[in-house]
Design a binder for this molecule. Structure first.
Ligand SMILES: Nc1ncnc2c1ncn2[C@@H]1O[C@H](COP(=O)(O)OP(=O)(O)O)[C@@H](O)[C@H]1O
Ligand SMILES: [Mg+2]
Length: 227
């Protein structure tokens, strides 16, 4: 862990233009996140949390402003370069797991590594290790529909970490889980992120979960506040 920012977001504004109106969701947002920190973002439904994560992940572009992740200009790079950047430097975890239903837990976790490096044996070894870390050594050959909701999210965490990303973006990763499973996922996520010295940006509506991160942001009326 050091103080070099891995994320630098400067004067970011996002306006959606629809037929009826122009909606400015994020107004002139600026923040930095040092390497290896965990960050939570809370705020009322519809305030722009997922929009901000999409901008940071290069899934959408800001209307104004700049975003650098690990020195890479996410806001103005070509789609091809962005795709490579995402697979090398970012991990994504969503509320819904997005596991491929025709592939086992092991194959799902291997996939991003296999796509990036093309080495099946190596991908399998790293995936096995990660599934062990998230406590699924006995579920590697299960298919998504043979796993519980909490187990599927553990697979999603392992998949997000397989390429040793600089930053993991997690959008309501416990949003679909009961309290007990949510607690298990919280612990596993925060522990594995710290173990890998990765930076986490976590969107959650659960204020207790949010308080467990090193840095806590809140979005209110398009502005970002540090809590
Ligand atoms: N592609 C889009 N076009 C128009 N409006 C959008 C689009 N995506 C999101 N919005 C609007 O932006 C606001 C913020 O959405 P979102 O970031 O998903 O909120 P949150 O994740 O905080 O609940 C919402 O009012 C939503 O309707
Ligand atoms: Mg959202």
């Amino acid at each position: 862990m050091n103080d070099t920012p891995v994320i630098t977001c400067s004067h970011v504004t996002k306006t959606f233009v629809t037929e009826a109106e122009q909606l400015t969701i994020l107004h002139d947002i600026s923040f930095e996140v040092p390497c290896g920190r965990t960050v939570s973002i809370t705020g009322p439904s519809g305030c722009g949390k997922s929009t901000l994560l999409s901008l940071l992940g290069g899934l959408d572009r800001p209307t104004h402003g700049t975003i650098f992740i690990d020195g890479f200009s996410v806001h103005d790079t070509s789609e091809t370069e962005l795709a490579r950047f995402r697979s090398e430097k970012l991990g994504f975890i969503f509320q819904f797991h997005f596991l491929l239903k025709d592939f086992s837990a092991l194959e799902n976790v291997m996939m991003p590594h296999l796509i990036l490096y093309g080495n099946r044996q190596q991908a399998r070894n790293v995936a096995r290790e990660l599934l062990g870390i998230v406590g699924l050594e006995n579920r590697m050959h299960h298919y998504p529909d043979q796993l519980s909701g909490g187990e599927r999210q553990r697979v999603a965490i392992a998949r997000a970490l397989i390429n040793k990303p600089k930053v993991v973006l997690a959008d309501e990763p416990t949003g679909n889980l009961d309290e007990n499973n949510a607690g298990i996922i919280e612990t596993i996520l925060l522990e594995t992120i710290r173990q890998f010295d990765t930076t986490l940006l976590l969107v959650t509506h659960d204020s207790d979960f949010a308080k467990k991160t090193d840095i806590q942001f809140r979005i209110h009326e398009g502005n970002l506040f540090t809590l």
